[in-house]
Ligand binder design. Structure first.
Ligand code: EPU
Length: 340
């Protein structure tokens, strides 16, 4: 059965929003659980690693390509289950994320609206605990159905199993990477539950009390349009780096030197600081461009491939940026984007 979907030497750059990278030794688009299982058993037979591609919107693939079986997850399907004040929605890992959010908002269900207009697929949301405008996907996730490559079995993980943290989860650990996300169940609310505290939203709605769900979604779409390049036209993967989380003492030292640096105190007392601010206001790097690689002129945390950048050029550029931040702040920054 897999003969129809199994391909060799497939160029991966077009499958990523950064538009960079070489070929996959093997490549298969899977549309259901049986195909997923079969492709994985073929990979096992060939003794090759399996890597899963969703929307390719958080991925930097090396120029040399990869000796692996790359699976493009196109498992679809959306199922709504009514509870009293809530609704559980289960979506296939291959569903386009913003189509799901749009559908949910259209049904007047609250919870995911702040995550509007994010490129990528449902299957990616638990992996990096996608977050924006004061909401993280993990807060809404009820459970995740996965295919365990090693056990050759499908299992359901509870939210506690997922170990969600800022841009992090169980799925990013060595053991977690052995799980392929088949579907995700989110718990949504029928009652209004606006989350408007994020600076940009508070500003947007300062003169509008009790905005509707559609208005919140529109506010997010408008805000993002002002800050992000159009990923259908320019190569980008959104924020390229994570915002650093440092000790409260280190943050206090930095604030002494840079009093307007945005600092967000975390539950554990540590401080998340805005790398976009550091790159822009402290290092003066916003809009920096070298060849076809640059930091976006409207938001310095966003790396842009203006055309023909290679993965090597991007990595060299990223090293320079990391060195510049370290020189000014002594912080070692981490990438948010995954590298293959
Ligand atoms: N800032 C600057 N200059 C810049 C960029 C930012 O001064 O060039 C300042 C802003 O003025 C603001 C602060 O830095 O005071 C934070 O900026 P922003 O609100 O734009 O958010 P961010 O921390 O840069 C994060 C997420 C985004 C998410 C936004 C909105 C990460 C790594 N990034 O960016 O997520 O959309 O918040 O919630 O946490 C992504 O993960 O790919 C992503 C785009």
């Amino acid at each position: 059965m897999i003969s129809g979907i199994w391909k060799e030497d497939v160029s991966l750059a077009p499958y990523t929003t950064l538009k960079v990278g070489g070929k996959a030794k093997y490549f298969a688009v899977v549309k259901n659980e049986e195909e997923l299982k079969e492709v994985c058993s073929e990979a096992r037979r060939l003794d090759l690693p399996v890597l899963v591609l969703g929307g390719g919107s958080n991925l930097l693939i090396s120029d040399e390509g990869i000796d692996a079986v790359v699976i493009k997850n196109e498992i679809e399907g959306i199922l709504y289950q009514e509870l009293d004040d809530e609704v559980l929605v289960t979506a296939g890992g291959g569903e386009v994320w913003d189509d799901l959010v749009s559908d949910i908002v259209g049904r007047n269900l609250w919870g995911l609206e702040n995550l509007s207009a994010i490129p990528g697929t449902v299957g990616a949301t638990p992996i990096q605990n996608v977050g924006a405008y004061g909401v993280e996907a993990g807060e809404l996730i009820e459970s995740v159905r996965v295919y365990d490559i090693d056990k050759d079995d499908f299992i359901t993980l509870s939210v506690a199993d997922c170990h969600f943290a800022y841009r992090d989860s169980f799925f990013k650990t060595a053991g977690g990477r052995r799980n392929i996300i088949v579907s995700v169940t989110y718990r949504l609310s029928k009652k209004p539950r606006p989350r408007l505290l994020y600076k940009d939203l508070a500003e947007y709605f300062k003169a509008i009390a009790n905005p509707s769900l559609q208005e919140v979604r529109q506010a997010i779409i408008n805000t993002r349009a002002g800050k992000f390049p159009d990923w259908t036209k320019v190569g980008t993967a959104g924020s390229f780096f994570k915002n650093p989380i440092i000790s409260s003492e280190e943050a206090a030292e930095l604030v002494k030197e840079y009093p307007t640096l945005p600092v967000f105190v975390q539950e554990d007392g540590r401080a998340k600081i805005s790398l976009g601010y550091i790159l822009d206001k402290i290092c003066g790097l916003r809009g920096l461009r070298e060849g076809d690689v640059g930091l976006y002129e409207k938001q310095a945390l966003i790396l842009v491939n203006y055309g023909g950048a290679s993965a090597l050029e991007i990595k060299e550029f990223v090293q320079k940026i990391s060195d510049a931040v370290f020189e000014k702040t002594k912080i070692k920054i981490e990438q948010e984007v995954n590298c293959w």
